[in-house]
Design a protein around this ligand. Structure first.
Ligand SMILES: Nc1ncnc2c1ncn2[C@@H]1O[C@H](COP(=O)(O)OP(=O)(O)OP(=O)(O)O)[C@@H](O)[C@H]1O
Length: 768
């Protein structure tokens, strides 16, 4: 028998032993779980049997409460324990299929004793609970696997550095407990395994990469020292993957204090959110709080104003070039994204200390109780040194007191009795019982009076609540004045035009995307920010799409949060944003660490070589060595051939075994046109802002919704120069092409665009 066969046999036997151990453990856990379940059910049924209920005397009541508390604590402890066992069972089930994916043999200095470390998605101990059969990929020792090839190596534990030598590094492909592949590796974590992983068809949900994390990616995943970690990574370099494995790593390392609720992930669009939603559960972790920045802003702004989404803004930029207001809107987009505008808001807020805040009158049953002028006068009578939000709280307290006085005055009014009579039976009884209860504890013994009190309180409560929420401040009107009446000392360029356009939008209660963050920032300056202090880790994917203003606002909102920003300057499709590259914090800002990923894993070498030619930035791009066909450019002889060509391309790709074929368009408008053109001819799905999941098959979608996602084959339906005509559209075209894993086809109705023309002809095939 050869050494290889020997090794294979040895390893297969070990897998079987581990699987046996898993089965054993599983069985034992099932027994415990069933017993616990029974006892939980029993305890729920008999909950009250063991509780001594006695409410005769105050002391008895306290004793009863204690008894209930004890019983509830017992129940929740058992439930918690049961939950823990279920989690352990799930982990075992995951391990049974693939108990591990890697092995390293390590000899610690000084010494000769070799330890074989097997690495999988979770730890597993032997039945004596003494030795690790499998180490969690996040354990300190497992970093050896990702960071080193055989030879000298070291890893960091909580308090020391352990050095030694790796004598063997082995990878496994294990499915259903059978070793399907086994490779002893040299320099990097096996190309074979990575080749296999990347050669598969695109999936509609993202997969974890723990078996093949690369050294550079591991630096991102295990970075714990940086408060602000910035990752610039070329398209397909594994930024999103690294971000997700990083979350899983941090949750493992800080199990006690970091829970899913303490981690927020800002993602580019809802489709992307669902695309990545499987990764953490696959790794045995709960999904963290995931939202788009639009979701976040909408929550803060409320539903009284309509907010343009970033996608609508993008659609405007790309389709409304001929509109009369376009040039000014573009300028306003630029300006509102800058820190200069943030400063302008700050200056305006300072001016408001003297005068200018607008208030809303407090009205009750159509009558003004407190005029806005009165509120204004009260606010401006307060000490100027006190911060505006604190003064708002003082005004709120004063208003509450004033309202209580009015509440008193209303008691005798006729409407109160009318309202009591209008109560339906149920409400009346409730009111009546309340009245009865109060009569027992009150000196007032008059039932009508008590009913009246009840009724007036019921009417005043919502009003008081709104006062407590500071709804008496007219944020919109005050913000509007910034554009209508206030004259800043230093006028920004084109301010007159910009402000007129914004004032018109605001008059219609409409916030453009570029104005949404400034508005919410301004609101916070007046009312105070409701910073979410529970957030410990904030991860921003596609960070290149955040403007300087947006980024500053996020930092302002989460001052104590550790942040990871991941992005690619090449994919900065929101052109106004890229002017001030938010991936590079300004010099005066806090320190940060920057990691650059240059290797692209998603696309074949041929696609990466092709797209690198028109990547907008100067970042080096290195393809992972996976072969495929050259990108294809189809030059139409006649535009009438377009529909048939599209159909043929799609069919060809499906026949080649590509399961997700995406027609990636510049705009939603274009996507809709194509969808209508093809929907009767093939099964095709249109993806729009409201699409939350996608199926395998043929999709048509705009580039900005394809962000972060990948497809087996990408077809660019119109890659002609008339369609992608300006330099500013380079990032769009680059982003579209880099969504392709295995095949890229571009159709041109006339001249191909200038980006394609920049690529040497040897790098793509031309068909006509
Ligand atoms: N170490 C790895 N092992 C296996 N697959 C990997 C690895 N790194 C990246 N990939 C794969 O490469 C593809 C791209 O990864 P990912 O989407 O994380 O990159 P990205 O940098 O966020 O891309 P983009 O910015 O272009 O959206 C995915 O299919 C991912 O699974």
């Amino acid at each position: 028998m050869s050494q290889d066969t020997d090794n294979r046999l040895f390893e297969q036997r070990r897998v079987e032993k581990v699987v046996e151990e898993i089965n054993d453990k599983e069985e034992k856990l099932y027994v415990r779980s069933a017993g616990l379940k029974e006892s939980v059910v029993e305890l729920r049924k008999t909950f009250w049997d063991d509780v001594t209920v006695n409410v005769d005397e105050p002391d008895d009541i306290i004793e009863t409460q204690e008894s209930i508390k004890q019983q509830a604590a017992l129940l929740s402890e058992k439930e918690r324990f049961h939950g823990k066992i279920s989690e352990e069972l799930q982990t075992l089930q995951r391990l049974r299929n693939t108990p591990y994916f890697g092995r390293i043999d390590f000899i610690e200095d000084p010494g000769t004793e070799k330890d074989s470390i097997y690495i999988g998605i979770a730890s597993l101990m032997d039945h004596a609970e003494e030795d690790f059969l499998v180490y969690d990929w996040r354990a300190p020792i497992s970093s050896l696997y990702y960071d080193y090839s055989p030879g000298p190596a070291h890893y960091q534990t909580l308090d020391s550095t352990i050095s030694g030598e790796i004598t063997l590094k082995r990878q496994f492909i294990i499915k259903q407990g059978i070793i399907e592949g086994m490779f002893d590796t040299g320099v990097t974590i096996g190309d074979e395994l990575l080749q296999q992983a990347l050669g598969n068809n695109a999936s509609t949900t993202m997969k974890n990469i723990v078996a093949t994390i690369q050294k550079e990616q591991n630096k991102i995943i295990r970075n714990e020292r940086s408060k602000l970690l910035i990752v610039q990574g070329v398209a397909g370099s594994g930024k999103t993957s690294a971000a997700l494995q990083r979350i899983a790593y941090l949750m493992y390392r800080h199990r006690e204090e970091l829970h899913a609720d303490n981690v927020v992930l800002f993602s580019p669009n809802p489709l992307f959110s669902s695309y990545i939603s499987n990764v953490l559960p696959e790794l045995g972790e709960t999904n963290v709080r995931q939202m788009t920045f639009l979701d976040y802003l909408s929550k803060g702004i409320g539903d009284k104003l309509t907010i343009e989404s970033p996608f609508e803004q993008m659609e405007y930029v790309l389709t409304q070039k001929e509109s009369e207001h376009y040039p000014i809107r573009m300028k306003s987009m630029d300006y509102l994204s800058t820190l200069d505008f943030k400063q302008l808001i700050d200056s305006y807020t300072t001016a408001l200390i003297e005068n200018g805040i607008e208030f809303k009158p407090i009205k009750f049953r159509g009558r003004t109780l407190i005029a806005k002028e009165q509120i204004h006068a009260y606010f401006y009578s307060l000490d100027k040194e006190i911060a505006i939000p604190n003064k708002m709280e003082m005004v709120s307290k004063w208003l509450q007191q004033e309202l209580s006085k009015y509440q008193q005055q209303e008691l005798a009014e006729d409407w109160v009795m009318e309202q009591i009579e209008l109560l339906d039976k149920e409400d009346y009884m409730r009111a009546y019982h309340r009245a009865e209860e109060q009569m027992q504890s009150s000196t007032v013994q008059d039932e009508e009076k008590i009913l009246r009190r009840y009724m007036v309180r019921r009417f005043f409560q919502p009003l008081k609540k709104r006062v407590e929420q500071l709804a008496f401040v007219n944020i919109l009107a005050t913000y509007q004045q910034l554009f209508t009446e206030w004259n800043p000392k230093e006028l920004p360029n084109d301010w007159q035009d910009i402000r007129a356009q914004i004032a018109t939008d605001l008059a219609q209660k409409f916030l453009t995307w570029e104005n949404a963050t400034p508005y919410l920032y301004f609101k916070g300056r007046l009312l105070g920010d409701s910073a979410d202090r529970s957030v410990r880790q904030l991860i921003i994917d596609e960070a290149q799409d955040y403007s300087a203003f947006q980024f500053a606002y996020i930092k302002h909102l989460f001052p104590y949060t550790r942040m990871t920003l991941l992005g690619d300057v090449n994919q900065a499709i929101y052109t106004h944003v890229s002017k001030e590259n938010p991936l590079i914090p300004a010099e005066h800002e806090e320190s940060h660490e920057r990691i650059t990923l240059t290797k692209s894993y998603r696309s074949t070498k041929q696609i990466v070589d092709f797209t690198t030619y028109f990547a907008p930035g100067d970042e080096p791009i290195e393809p992972f060595n996976r072969e495929g066909g050259k990108p294809e450019l189809i030059n139409l002889r006649n535009e009438s051939e377009w529909t048939t060509t599209l159909l043929t391309c799609v069919e060809e790709q499906l026949e080649k075994g590509n399961e997700t074929v995406a027609l990636v368009c510049k705009t939603l408008e274009e996507s809709e046109q194509i969808y209508h053109l093809l929907q009767d001819k093939l099964a095709i799905h249109l993806v729009n802002e409201e699409t939350y999941t996608f199926e395998k098959g043929v999709l048509v979608l705009p580039i900005y919704l394809a962000k972060g996602i990948e497809f087996d084959a990408v077809i660019i339906p119109d890659a002609s120069s008339a369609h992608y005509c300006s330099e500013s559209e380079k990032s769009l075209f680059y982003t579209a092409c880099t969504r392709a894993m295995h095949a890229l086809i571009m159709i041109s109705k006339d001249e191909p665009n200038l980006f394609i023309k920049a690529v040497p002809e040897a790098l793509y095939n031309v068909k006509s």
